[in-house]
Design a protein around this ligand. Structure first.
Ligand code: GSH
Length: 216
């Protein structure tokens, strides 16, 4: 039985793993839920949340960070060198800190949500994106990727988070946000052109994933 990745239909916290499976050529089943169908599955998960990766023996692995690293190792996309692995991880944790800023906005009414997101982008969010740009600029000069001079799960995570934050479903976030951060824009676009990633969004790049395409 193939590994089964359970999540909602959108990109969200499962997209990094979907791409890692795809780049690595590892077959997997992408099991999508609506809020209604998730209610039935929820009690079967370790922590009542998705994503969950169902293993061939039926065991369930939860937490996107654990799933991403496991799939990255299967796909040969987790650096073997401990320092390079830590350098990859530091960027992924920085991305998590950035995305966590928006967590309280998800349940807000539309007007409040737009205002709160604009404030984040002008304050703490800007600081975090600027800091990320500095790290990526240095990485670019040292081999072109986040760690070890080659593609790893951290590059995929950068791509997914920068594409996701500018998704058409993100009220209050300008589609052209990355124009303010040329290093981030260029990096996202470079990873968008990795052949397996580009092919994935040629197939699935509609709706919330429109922003995952390479720049025109
Ligand atoms: N830290 C967890 C968070 C998982 C999470 O927040 N999942 C949300 C969807 S993005 C969920 O399952 N929500 C439904 C619920 O909590 O009932 C991870 O990264 O996997």
């Amino acid at each position: 039985m193939a590994l089964r990745l359970h999540y909602f239909a959108g990109p969200g916290r499962a997209e990094v793993s979907r791409l890692l499976f795809t780049i690595g050529g590892i077959p997997f089943e992408d099991v999508g839920y609506s809020w209604e169908t998730f209610a039935e599955f929820k009690p079967k998960t370790p922590f009542g949340q998705v994503p969950v990766l169902e293993l061939p023996d039926g065991k369930m692995l939860a937490q996107s960070g654990a799933i991403d690293r496991y799939v990255a190792k299967l796909a040969g996309l987790y650096p073997e060198d401990p320092l390079q692995a830590a350098l990859a991880d530091q960027v992924v944790f920085q991305l998590n800190d950035f995305m966590d800023l928006f967590t309280p906005t998800w349940t807000m009414e539309k007007d409040a949500k737009i205002k709160a997101r604009q404030e984040i982008l002008a304050g703490k969010g800007k600081e975090k994106l600027q800091a990320l740009a500095k790290v990526l600029e240095a990485a670019e000069a040292e081999g072109g990727y986040v760690a070890g001079g080659k593609l790893s799960f951290a590059d995929v995570a950068v791509f997914v988070n920068l594409s996701g934050i500018t998704s058409p479903i993100m009220d209050g976030i300008p589609a052209g946000l990355l124009d303010e951060y040329p290093v981030l824009k260029a990096f996202r676009n470079k990873i968008a052109k990795v052949p397996a990633i580009k092919a994935y969004y040629e197939k699935y790049g509609e709706g919330p994933r429109a922003s995952f395409q390479p720049d025109p």
